[in-house]
Design a binder for this molecule. Structure first.
Ligand code: NAD
Ligand code: 89V
Length: 336
């Protein structure tokens, strides 16, 4: 049994605890939070007796194989470094790091320690997105030449995650990072991008709208567009996808409807994620992807396999985030 120590008992970590309860061959044996109330509430809810207010101490004393880092980004570098030092595998929430320099240091430290490092970059693990990836890889539309990966919503994310309203960076760093990662998974690495951003909601500090145009090395041109200022039929937290290819077109539409047109034929599939027993609409799509990514991480540990969203892989997603902010700052086209 793989023994997991979870660090950070906040808003999102409950999903990770539920995901670990579903994962075969792994279980959470210790938890940590600096906030005693959150630590006590999580311990009581999931019946975890080993509780720590200090992550380094938990890593030394708790007989763990893995740490699951569910804290916000400022603590990610010290916690991943401590995991490397303690010889533990790690899965770390997104955004993986505050800077690319930090991220490279974290990846190098885990490599030197010979331990597996996965980034909890779960949006590409959502089952509707997996269905699109599978169709594309099977050649459903021939060679893709255009893509749009879109997330537009007016959902109040600030009540659950208040730091999103006060951080100087908002939508690209928090949500766009997922959408850019899906674009990479679909169309490959990016040669150049340009971005523009806006802040529509006057009550927040960062940008809540971003539009990013990318040239991929594969020849695909893609648009990643994100908004938390769009009020219409609410689709939170669905990512909508359009792909045009030489042989046909694919659309992942609202309501998890996958539509593929090819040679005059239309194929329509319902690719809605299952509602897991512990999940709640509309978050069930994200919640299922948490269970799926943690299951894959467990399999990687068992098989000694590098995860699809490894720390090293995530450097390219973080580079897109940085390039998008740089482009939006001075209206330049940027090579990530
Ligand atoms: P949160 O602020 O609600 O919880 C973080 C917890 O970590 C807090 O309880 C805090 O006390 C604790 N903490 C911070 N530093 C610590 C340290 N060094 N040692 C011990 N405890 C520490 O945050 P959240 O909303 O749960 O978000 C956590 C992370 O999850 C963020 O990086 C966020 O971007 C990410 N997130 C991911 C998804 C997703 O779908 N992948 C969704 C929501 C949030
Ligand atoms: O998935 C996330 O990272 C969340 C949300 C969907 C609210 O943007 O922060």
């Amino acid at each position: 049994m793989i023994k997991v120590g979870l660090i950070g008992c906040g808003f999102f970590a409950v999903n990770q605890m539920q995901g670990w309860a579903d994962a075969e061959g792994a279980c959470v044996t210790a938890i940590c939070d600096r906030d005693p109330d959150r630590l006590a509430a999580m311990g009581a809810r999931f019946g975890i007796a080993q509780r720590y207010d200090d992550a380094a101490r938990m890593m030394r004393e708790a007989d763990l194989d893995v740490v699951d880092i569910a804290t916000t980004v400022p603590s990610h570098r010290p916690l991943v470094m401590a995991a490397a030092e303690a010889g533990l595998h790690a899965i770390c929430q997104k955004p993986f790091a505050e800077t690319l320099e930090d991220a490279r240091a974290m990846v190098d430290a885990m490599d030197r320690a010979g331990r597996i490092l996965m980034v909890h970059e779960n949006f590409r693990w959502q089952s509707p997105v997996r269905a699109v990836l599978a169709a594309l890889r099977e050649g459903a539309v021939g060679r893709p030449f255009f893509g749009r990966v879109s997330f537009r919503s007016g959902y109040d994310v600030f009540s659950g995650q208040p730091y999103l309203a006060t951080d100087p960076r908002f939508i690209i760093q928090d949500l766009g990072i997922h959408i850019l990662d899906i674009a990479r998974a679909l169309f490959g690495e990016v040669d150049r991008l340009s971005a523009s951003t806006a802040r529509i909601n006057p009550a927040i500090r960062g940008e809540d709208v971003a539009t990013i145009l990318m040239d991929h090395a594969s020849g695909v041109t893609s648009v990643v567009d994100c908004s938390y200022a769009t009020r219409r039929d609410e689709t939170f937290p669905q990512t909508l996808i359009e792909i045009d290819g030489t042989e046909g077109t694919l659309r992942l539409e609202a309501g998890y409807r996958l539509v593929i047109d090819r040679g005059g034929d239309r194929q329509v599939r319902d690719v809605a994620p299952p509602l897991l027993p512990w999940a709640e609409r509309p978050w069930h799509n994200i919640q299922e992807s948490v269970a799926l990514i943690q299951q894959d991480f467990t399999a990687c540990l068992r098989e000694g396999r590098v995860p699809e969203t490894s720390g090293r892989d995530n450097l390219a997603t973080l580079a897109l985030v940085e390039a998008a902010y740089a482009s939006a700052r001075d209206s330049s086209r940027v090579r990530p």
